[in-house]
Design a protein around this ligand. Structure first.
Ligand SMILES: Nc1nc2c(c(=O)[nH]1)N[C@H]1C(S)=C(S)[C@@H](COP(=O)(O)OP(=O)(O)OC[C@H]3O[C@@H](n4cnc5c(=O)[nH]c(N)nc54)[C@H](O)[C@@H]3O)O[C@H]1N2
Ligand SMILES: Nc1nc2c(c(=O)[nH]1)N[C@H]1C(S)=C(S)[C@@H](COP(=O)(O)OP(=O)(O)OC[C@H]3O[C@@H](n4cnc5c(=O)[nH]c(N)nc54)[C@H](O)[C@@H]3O)O[C@H]1N2
Ligand code: SF4
Ligand SMILES: [Mo]
Length: 584
């Protein structure tokens, strides 16, 4: 019997029945502070019952209230219902299966774009899949480039496999990964695309590029690049850019492309071009971004998209700006107040009674506190689920070790449909059969997983390097740009019950005190702290500090912009100004 940490994390650690991290590659018997604290955390800050308008109600009552409300809206216009979910837990049943009900009903869906879609789609448009190096392949390299990746914090097992290699960091500020690297290159936000194109140009000039289809397109695009202009756009002296060309040519490093890159200005294009560098050098799968889309798991099947395509989609970037199109939000496995752009507008619409918000969550998140109807969910320590990783290739049958609190997401799905008198072929297939359906291409059955606990997949995704869509050479932002980075003690909004609510601190080069951070969409009150190592034109926050000093979401700073490949909001590209109120 094994347990898998289901948090949104590259590593997806696996534990034995005594909750000790397995001593198998690549976990090697250690885990992060959150993994160590999970047993203790499980009993704290839990949503223990259902709540309607702040008053405790039974689960039966909550389901009947919800059924009435949903039925009434569905009969008028099902697209006024928005289903919202993301990766609070990476379980196939927890995250994906419940979408079947909402898709079957014709509710509006979201586009699951908030984190990684931009890079996935950009890489897949060049290779046929975004699948890159596996942990086993990490070990074979002598050098590594961390490009827009704070891996020493966000990806500790990947870091552990790479920390003794020759390490190079390309970032906009000197984070922990950069501080521990042999070479550091600090680019201007939005300069990465130009840096990647410059490296590609120089390698093509040297005669590389044979194995990449359509390489002529890249040659004509890069031939016009002017070194002085590229140097200005990247903020790097020509010698530094040349050193990187040499590094790639001589050391043939593995390139880790952080998810953060997909959220930069022109990020989809940047990720795509960076991913081509190893292929131009003739290296197979010499990059790593995220491997989930190449494992062979049919996520769309779990969501029922083989039978019903969503009638309407509101992108995660647009939930705030299109909130007037929605009457009811059913959110699970996501903390939208914390994580979505323009979430101040979502909060306002709920407070004004224009949107009825339902949230299913194990913990009292900001969104649960705001919800009209809160429904308790069990944690991954309390329910069976099948879990995958976006890095390694183990599939895990997660077994519960604690009694269940709340109702499993798949069960709520069925109970709600029954209460509404709603039937659909998608719901006739129960969760276990749906998992078997989703796994059919992997050759693994649920039965085998149940018996063995862990099964290693042997994915064989397409790999056919081609240049693909050519990037648009847009000028990067000129002003000061806000960027985000992972916090070592939290995963996104999770773990406040152990470490408290993190203060909204904005790190700047030279501002200290309390004041407003202002974008063209809004302003938030924060504490500024000075750190002279931060380059001019950059300010940064940890992405777990997303509520400001007045209780407004930091994401009030963002509008509905979407990346052109996967619709991902460019969260690392907003221009900001600072208004200092007091400098103490
Ligand atoms: N400004 C800004 N915004 C950002 C980012 C940024 O860098 N800057 N980063 C973005 C990124 S990368 C991401 S991935 C998103 C993350 O956004 P979210 O997915 O919203 O963040 P999480 O805090 O990981 O998880 C959401 C909720 O899932 C709940 N949860 C955990 N396990 C379960 C379960 O088993 N069942 C149910 N029903 N719920 C569960 C948690 O308690 C938590 O409340 O935020 C994005 N938002
Ligand atoms: N401890 C911990 N681990 C996590 C998470 C967490 O919240 N906490 N979150 C998980 C999730 S949801 C995700 S998406 C991943 C994210 O993991 P990563 O992709 O590693 O992203 P971040 O941790 O946000 O750090 C990204 C780095 O990119 C840099 N950066 C920002 N803008 C630019 C730019 O324009 N150019 C360049 N070159 N660099 C830039 C930032 O300064 C930062 O150092 O981590 C996962 N792991
Ligand atoms: S958060 Fe990541 S590193 Fe920590 S226990 Fe979970 S999977 Fe492992
Ligand atoms: Mo993410």
């Amino acid at each position: 019997m094994v347990i898998a940490c289901t948090r949104d994390c590259y590593d997806t650690c696996i534990f034995d029945s005594n909750y000790k991290p397995l001593k198998i590659f690549p976990f090697n018997g250690f885990t992060c502070s959150r993994g160590n604290d999970d047993l203790r955390r499980n009993g704290v800050n839990r949503v223990e019952s259902a709540y309607f308008e702040g008053k405790e109600v039974s689960l039966d009552r909550a389901i009947s209230l919800l059924a009435q409300k949903v039925k009434e809206i569905k009969e008028r216009d099902p697209t006024k219902i928005l289903q919202l979910s993301y990766d609070g837990s990476q379980g196939l049943l927890t995250w994906y299966y419940p979408s079947r009900l909402w898709n079957a009903m014709g509710a509006t869906s979201t586009d699951y774009s908030i984190c990684s879609a931009e890079g996935h789609n950009s890489i897949a448009s060049r290779y046929g899949s975004s699948f890159g190096a596996t942990p086993e392949e990490f070990e074979k390299y002598g050098a590594v480039v961390f490009w827009g990746s704070e891996a020493a914090v966000s990806f500790i097992h990947g870091w552990s496999l790479l920390k003794d290699k020759y390490k190079v960091a390309i970032d906009v500020r000197k984070g922990i990964t950069a501080s521990r690297s042999n070479e550091v290159y600090l680019v201007r936000p939005g300069g990465d695309l130009y840096l990647a194109l410059w490296i590609l140009k120089r390698l093509l000039d040297k005669g590389y590029g044979d194995g990449v289809e359509e390489v002529e397109n890249l040659k004509s695009l890069t031939s016009s690049l002017d070194p002085t202009q590229v140097s200005q756009l990247t903020g790097l002296p020509l010698e530094d850019m040349e050193s990187l060309v040499q590094l790639y040519e001589m050391k043939r490093p593995l390139t880790i492309i952080g998810f953060a890159m997909g959220r930069t200005f022109n990020g989809g294009d940047a990720v795509g071009m960076i991913s081509l560098i190893p292929s131009v050098l003739g290296m197979k799968r010499g990059f790593f971004y995220a491997n989930s889309q190449g494992l062979g798991i049919d996520f769309s099947y779990l969501r029922g998209n083989h039978m019903v395509k969503p009638r309407k989609i509101i992108g995660m970037a647009e939930v705030g700006s299109r909130i007037e199109e929605v009457e009811l939000i059913f959110a699970w496995n996501i903390n939208p107040v914390h994580s979505l752009p323009g979430s101040d507008r979502l909060m306002k619409a709920v407070k004004e009674g224009k949107v009825f918000l339902v949230v299913q969550d194990p913990f009292w998140s900001e969104s649960v506190k705001l919800a009209n109807l809160a429904i308790p969910a069990p944690t991954f320590l309390e329910k069976m689920d099948v879990v995958y990783s976006y890095w390694h290739t183990y599939l895990i049958y997660n077994s519960p070790i604690f009694p269940k609190k709340g109702m499993e997401e798949w069960e709520l799905t069925h109970r709600l449909a029954k209460e509404m008198g709603f039937t659909h072929p998608l719901l006739e297939e129960g969760p276990e059969a749906a998992i078997d359906g989703a796994l059919r291409r992997t050759g693994v059955t649920l039965d085998r997983l149940r018996r063995e606990g862990i099964v290693k997949l042997n994915p064989d995704p397409p790999y056919r390097p081609r240049v693909g869509p050519l990037p648009h050479l847009l000028p990067p932002p000129k002003g000061t740009v806000l960027v985000f980075s992972s916090h070592p003690l939290y995963t996104n909004s999770q773990f406040k019950e152990v470490h408290g609510v993190p203060e909204p601190v904005v790190w700047t080069r030279d501002t200290q005190g309390i004041g407003y951070l202002i974008s063209k969409y809004g302003r938030v009150k924060v504490r500024f702290k000075a750190d002279t190592s931060i380059p001019k034109g950059v300010v940064y926050m940890h992405k777990s500090c997303l509520m400001d000093l007045e209780g407004s979401p930091v994401n009030s700073l963002f509008g509905p912009e979407k990346g052109k490949y996967g619709g991902t909001p460019p969260l690392n590209a907003v221009e900001v100004t600072i208004q200092l109120l007091n400098s103490s």
